[in-house]
Ligand binder design. Sequence first.
Ligand code: ADP
Length: 274
Amino acid sequence: QVGSMGIHYDLTARKQLEQELATAKHLADEARQAEKQFLANMSHEIRTPLNAIIGMSHLLFDTRPTAQQQEYIEILQTSADFLHSLISDLLDMTKIEAGRIEVQSRPFDLAGLMRGTQKVFEMKLQGRPIDIDVMLDARINGDFIGDDVMLNQILTNLVGNADKFTEEGSIQISARIRKEEQNQCWIEFSVTDTGVGIPTEKLGLVFQKFKQVNPQGHKHKGTGLGLAITKELVEIQGGTIQVKSRVGEGSVFTFILPFTRSATQSAPVPVPEL
Ligand code: ADP
């Protein structure tokens, strides 16, 4: 008797527990959904006015401002740009942490994407003694299938850092095929700069959130989120990233990502014999 009563009790308790669990799961799903909606709305609500501020401040330059007004406009622009990157980083990190970022693969022109990054930064670097070059393995031609948006964000983050931490010299963006079998290939990218460098003992920290590890005395604005986001974006695609650096000489960020060669691509152009 005691035994069967015991079993009866256990079953009731178990049923109750299962019910509570189901309710909790349902609530968690609802909360996730609400969070997703909230983030999407916030992201839109914040970006829209901010883009207006940035756009209008650029238009103000066309209204023949006085020297003093020009100075104010520049401050307005710098602050708005900084706020924009801060908010983008925070929203990206939130998205990643909520596990709501997905790899979206499609065919794209990889060499073209890299040259595009080079062009954008060439304009930014105008007037500063820094060259920006792209170096490509000859086998990187035609379309590759992968997430071009993520690749672009990774490169932009790394080249953006190279720009922030380099006074003079060069920034080099390069890509080479590390391994290719059938149509699958692993491509190694690197962003090399001749900037301030990172102390050896701090190298392990740079990919952590909110860590800023400049050598003493070097000041800059930033969130310390850029490299944490970059690492997540590389790893979510099945890749790896690492850094080598020497204070006073520069840094090299290297990441490897998998791609598939697009079937529609034309055969590589044979190099003519001399
Ligand atoms: P943020 O640039 O917003 O501070 P990041 O996550 O992009 O944040 O970088 C973290 C830290 O790593 C930077 O604050 C800087 O100290 C260091 N760092 C990143 N890239 C470079 C670079 N190319 N050269 C020197 N230091 C760098």
